[in-house]
Design a protein around this ligand. Structure first.
Ligand code: F6R
Length: 604
């Protein structure tokens, strides 16, 4: 999780970069750095550790310039050393980056084979080399940047400085946020409006896939297909900049789109992509004989997904229980167990009470929370953070996928600690997990395919969701999302449970949403679907391209990218959320503040 900033200004740039980075330090402070154009040449100042260290470096070696880029780092690829601090430089190019370049290893090998020398262990440095190589082949800066972007995969936001281009900073985003700021004869780019809060309050929010070139007066913005586009300018207040809706109609829509970033930032807290290993700071899962997950609502469904993974990967007996039941049930939980509260807010009354109940009985406790200063975070023995950022929409979206991402990472850590997998298998699973932000971004880009089924669902009085394995908790989550924001009655069932009652509800008026990735359970889910169709049911199937080829006639398909079953809950959560969101918008419901609900439930 990193923060980036770029300035094409008329005033001295170093202090302004530092001030902006200070507002981004909440995203990480493993190292910081700036690069600026000094007499047409790129000069860098960098320091490991907090921003004040960079301040000291700049005091000793000032940078006299008006155009520059800056970065505050949360280490993902490579230790938090000076050599790994951004900006990274290759030839005429300096780059700062937030995100993960998934294919950096083969790119780096190819660049080294061409005689290029690397100074760091980061994934970012390949981007600088790629752009520099394209420049050397005769392309102009925008052409070179675009050609480099075409070669990289992953989720990223970038800012780029080019030697010899005195009033140019370029930026791009895919999966990670980036905004453009408009000044008077000056232009800015940065991670969020808060970063630019001291520079301007006139902000345009880039869309996913956009790239941008700023000079002193203009921002030339291009979409993913390289078409010149305009992004509307908003006037934001610095105080609320962090929680602005940007170009989105609702916070829920924004937060659905935030998910590549939310998942990636969360994974960064657990996963080392270089060694392919996962950490579970504060907990040794080999020393635990039972895991008790306690949560409410959406967080409990994340916990259910966690149970499948902890049991399957790590062989760790795991229970999940709704906190309001757990706390009054007199559970027979013994020392040796770990009680893990899962909560976005860290304040939910029932979950907190359940956590305290465990603590009072000498049971080890952990809190997997998005609010790191919350009561649960402070009272649990160990805090496992999610890094979804502030979630404003009442219906939880990015907090959910961040919880699932953290639980998946922890299940891999547990599997290794308990001797169920070796380092090679751990690295393989980590590789799969790190693909999730990109696949989530790809799924969000396919959002339009959902519109076709929205009318059908919006007219229904009841909707059924079916899934097996980790898709069963997603079926429950889908039904909850639809209920809470569009007020349509919906139920989620394990697909195998259909014949034991719910099939009586099947008729032509009830859409049945079947969540069916191509996995070991696909055939079983497909035969449940056939049972529904045979009874006149209208099926909407959420599946990948392979699954779609097995869909019976008359089934509406919502297509998602193919993915490994390990990360299917993260990818398939997206259409589940988008369906609920689009149906609610279609019905004109108050998406961000649905009736009778509150964001943080601090009463029982
Ligand atoms: C549903 C939703 C709720 C919360 C639940 C727990 O969209 O947001 O079901 O998941 O109230 O809240 P936290 O996670 O704050 O404990």
């Amino acid at each position: 999780m990193c923060g980036i900033i770029g300035i094409v200004g008329v005033e001295p740039v170093a202090g302004r970069l530092i001030d902006s980075l200070r507002r981004l330090e909440y995203r990480g402070y493993d190292s910081a750095g700036v690069a600026a154009l000094v007499d047409g040449r790129i000069e860098r100042r960098r320091a490991a550790g907090k921003l004040r260290n960079l301040d000291a470096v700049l005091a000793a070696e000032p940078l006299v310039a008006t155009v520059g880029i800056g970065h505050t780092r949360w280490a993902t690829h490579g230790a938090p050393t000076l050599a790994n601090a951004h900006p990274h430089k290759a030839g005429r190019v300096a780059v700062v980056h937030n995100g993960i370049i998934e294919n950096f290893a083969p790119l780096k090998a190819a660049l080294i084979a061409q005689g290029r020398h690397f100074e760091s262990q980061t994934d970012t440095e390949v981007v600088a080399h790629l752009i520099d190589r394209e420049l050397a082949s005769g392309k102009d800066p925008i052409g070179a940047f675009k050609a480099a972007l075409d070669q990289i995969t992953g989720a990223y936001a970038l800012a780029v400085l080019v030697e010899g281009e005195d009033s140019l900073v370029m930026g791009a985003r895919r999966g990670s946020p980036l905004v453009v700021g408009y000044g008077a004869g000056e232009m800015f780019i940065g991670t969020d409006a808060l970063a630019l809060g001291l520079l301007t309050n006139r902000i345009a929010f880039l869309e996913d896939g956009d790239f941008v070139a700023i000079d002193h007066d203009t921002a030339r913005i291009f979409d993913a297909d390289s078409h010149a586009v305009e992004r509307p300018m908003h006037i934001v207040s610095a105080a609320s900049a962090l929680v602005e809706k940007g170009n989105y109609r609702h916070f829920m829509e924004k937060e659905i789109h935030d998910q590549p970033d939310a998942v990636q930032h969360t994974l960064s807290a657990y996963v080392d992509p270089i060694t392919g290993s996962v950490a579970s700071p504060g907990v040794d899962f080999a020393a635990i004989d039972r895991l008790q997950i306690i949560a409410c609502g959406t967080a409990s469904y994340a916990g259910m997904i966690g149970r499948y993974l902890f049991e399957r990967l790590a062989g760790l007996p795991t229970d999940v229980e709704i906190a309001s039941e757990f706390r009054y049930r007199e559970p027979a939980l013994l020392p040796g167990a770990l009680a893990m509260a899962v909560s976005q807010s860290g304040e939910t009354a029932d979950t907190l009470a359940a956590l305290r109940w465990c603590k009072a009985r000498g049971i080890a406790t952990a809190a997997l929370v998005n609010s790191h200063e919350s009561t649960m975070a402070r009272e649990a023995d160990v805090m496992f953070p999610t890094h979804a950022g502030p979630e404003i929409g009442v219906a939880s979206t990015k907090a959910f996928t961040a919880q699932v991402a953290a639980l998946t990472a922890l299940a891999i850590a547990a599997a290794r600690q308990r001797g169920r997998i070796d380092a090679v298998e751990e690295a393989r699973l980590v590789g799969i997990l790190l693909e999730a932000p990109r696949l989530i971004a790809d799924t969000i880009r396919g959002e339009d395919t959902i519109s076709a089924v929205v009318h059908d669902i919006a007219r229904a009085r009841d909707v059924l969701y079916l899934g097996r394995g980790t898709m069963y908790p997603l079926a429950l989550e889908g039904a909850l999302k639809l209920k809470e924001i569009s007020y349509i009655h919906a139920e989620g069932y394990a697909a195998g449970e259909l014949k034991h009652g719910p099939i009586a509800l099947v008729d032509e008026a009830t859409p049945i949403i079947v969540i069916a990735p191509t996995d070991a359970l696909f055939d079983k889910t497909a035969s449940n679907m056939s049972e529904v169709i045979a009874r006149g049911g209208r099926v909407i199937m959420i599946t990948d391209a392979e699954g779609a080829t097995h869909a019976p006639d008359g089934v509406s398909i919502v297509l998602v990218p193919a993915c490994d079953p390990l990360i299917a809950p993260l990818v398939f959560a997206i259409p589940i959320q988008l369906i609920a969101y689009q149906v609610a918008v279609f019905k004109g419901a108050d998406v961000d503040q649905p009736r009778n609900l509150a964001k943080s439930v601090t009463v029982e």
